[in-house]
Design a protein around this ligand. Structure first.
Ligand code: HEC
Length: 174
């Protein structure tokens, strides 16, 4: 999905983004849904441990996504495809994978509270699983290559335009 904010090269003003987000939450939000839970942060703050993530994947994800994430030929549809294919990983960011693990997919993939191990996944476990999935990416294809973890959810195009805006601001007024 492309960025819609003007700062990311899209067409929506910050105010329009606010109005849309507010409308979505007001119309479809479920207040209290996460009451009493401790949801993991949207953005990763830790560095992932690939070896721990391999085990985490086997315990939580392989039943659907197949051994080693290579797809599950017994289940037709999307699950017969690999999520460790470098071509797939070259198209998606680590944040994309993290979002899936945290939010799941309605009626098809559990969210962070109910993966196969039967207990909520911690930030540590999620970060490790994402690191293991991402370790299959060809380094040159990484959309987040060279981007620090703190900034890894920012689309490179947005980073670029933010940088060029910053440099424009520094130019003296004519
Ligand atoms: C109960 C089955 C199930 C489990 C368990 C499961 N998933 Fe999924 N996952 C799915 C399904 C179904 C989809 C496809 C949703 C769609 O795009 O239609 C999916 C999609 C994804 C995608 C996006 C793939 C794409 O094509 O864009 C990623 C990444 C992913 N899962 C990672 C994981 C990880 C990591 C775990 C373990 C923490 C996990 N899944 C556990 C069923 C599962």
């Amino acid at each position: 999905m492309p960025a819609f904010a003007q700062s990311g090269g899209g067409m929506l003003t910050d105010q329009q983004v606010e109005v849309l987000a507010h409308g979505l939450v007001t119309a479809w939000g479920k207040p209290g849904l996460l009451a009493g839970t401790n949801p993991p942060p949207y953005k990763a703050t830790l560095h992932g441990d690939v070896a721990a993530g391999e085990k985490g994947f086997a315990d939580n994800c392989a039943s659907c996504h197949g051994e080693g994430g290579k797809g599950n030929p017994d289940i037709p549809g999307t699950l017969s495809g690999s999520i460790v294919d470098p071509a797939f990983l070259g198209l998606v960011s680590d944040q994309y994978v993290r979002n899936f693990v945290i939010a799941g997919f309605p009626d098809q993939m559990p969210d962070w509270r109910s993966h196969d191990s039967g207990k909520p996944l911690s930030d540590r476990e999620i970060t490790d699983i994402v690191a293991w999935v991402a370790s299959h990416r060809e380094p040159a294809a990484s959309p987040t290559a060279g981007v620090t973890p703190e900034a890894s959810s920012i689309h490179p195009a947005a980073m670029k335009s933010a940088k060029s805006m910053a440099s424009q601001r520094q130019e003296p007024h004519s």
